[in-house]
Structures are given as structure tokens and as C-alpha cells.
Design a protein around this ligand. Structure first.
Ligand code: FES
Length: 160
């Protein structure tokens, strides 16, 4: 069964359960992403039909919220803090460094699917800024060298 078709039964169960909920679109999109890991393109017409919306309306909401992914999640997610305390301690330069190292922009994913880059606005580690979160673990007092090591580590396991 092609990948995109294997998700249809789950999408239909979610639509059956949520379609009559007021403001159903966001809960449906969250449920689809939670169940599948992202919102596949073939979910869009199913959702639009169930909620009597246009394809453009559904796609507009998906693209408006950066939390919704339209491709499978990367193996690693790096969330680099871009809030005030971290910015005052070099986070902008670190962000530029990691974008260049990965060849992707914020919210992008490397072509091999290893790593997604996400900006975040405070990780609660301001006293030890600049900080990032890699796969749920916070790393603080970042230096350019430490950032490069952390990013390199996401790729070395693939070739090891
Ligand atoms: S501003 Fe970056 S951790 Fe709070």
C-alpha cells in the first residue's frame, strides 16, 4: 500500500470523532499530526470535505501554524533559542552558523531527514544563555564549537 494511503483509515477515524466539534479544524490537524507524525497532503481534501471547507482554507491554516509539519519529522529536532537573553549573548550568530552548517533556514529540515531546525523563544535557561534544545534535552552556555559538535553528532550516528 502506498505510504499516503496507509494513513487514510486513521484520518477517517479522526474526522468521524472530531468533525462535529466546534472549531474542529485545529483539533483535527493536531490529532492527525500526533497520529502520523505530520499532516500528509492527502489528508487535506479529506479534512476539507468533512468540514465543508476549501482546500485553500485547510492549507492556509496548516501553513499559518509552524507547528504543523507537512513532511515526516526529522530524526532530530534542534530548537535554538532566539529570545532576548540568548540574543544578547550571541544567539543570532549561532543561528547563522547552524543555518550555514545545515544548509537550511529556520523551520527547515536537512535533505537526508536527519535534523529539523526550529527557532524557539525562551527555554527557561536564560541565566545560562545562549541555549538550545536538542531532542528534548536543553544545552546551555553554548559556544560556536559546542553547537557544531552537537549538530555533527546528529549525523555521525547515521554513518557509524
Ligand atoms: S531567552 Fe533563551 S533560554 Fe530564555
Amino acid at each position: 500500500m502506498p505510504d499516503e494511503l496507509q494513513h487514510l483509515p486513521l484520518i477517517h477515524r479522526i474526522l468521524e470523532r472530531e468533525r462535529h466539534t466546534p472549531g474542529a479544524l485545529l483539533p483535527i490537524l493536531h490529532a492527525v499530526q500526533k497520529g502520523i507524525g505530520y499532516v500528509p497532503d492527502n489528508a487535506v481534501p479529506e479534512i476539507a470535505h468533512a468540514l465543508n471547507l476549501s482546500l485553500a482554507e485547510v492549507r492556509g491554516v496548516i501553513s499559518f501554524y509552524h507547528d504543523f509539519r507537512t513532511t515526516p519529522p526529522a530524526r532530530h529536532t534542534l530548537r535554538l533559542c532566539q529570545a532576548e537573553s540568548c540574543r544578547s549573548r550571541g544567539a543570532e550568530a549561532l543561528a547563522a552558523q547552524v543555518r550555514e552548517q545545515l544548509g537550511v533556514d529556520d523551520h527547515g529540515t536537512t535533505a537526508d531527514g536527519s535534523l529539523s531546525l526550529r527557532p524557539v523563544y525562551c527555554l527557561g535557561a536564560c541565566a545560562c544563555s545562549p541555549a538550545l534544545e536538542l531532542d528534548g534535552q536543553v544545552h546551555a552556555r553554548l559556544t560556536p564549537e559546542r553547537l557544531r559538535e552537537l549538530v555533527d553528532g546528529c549525523f555521525t550516528e547515521v554513518t557509524a
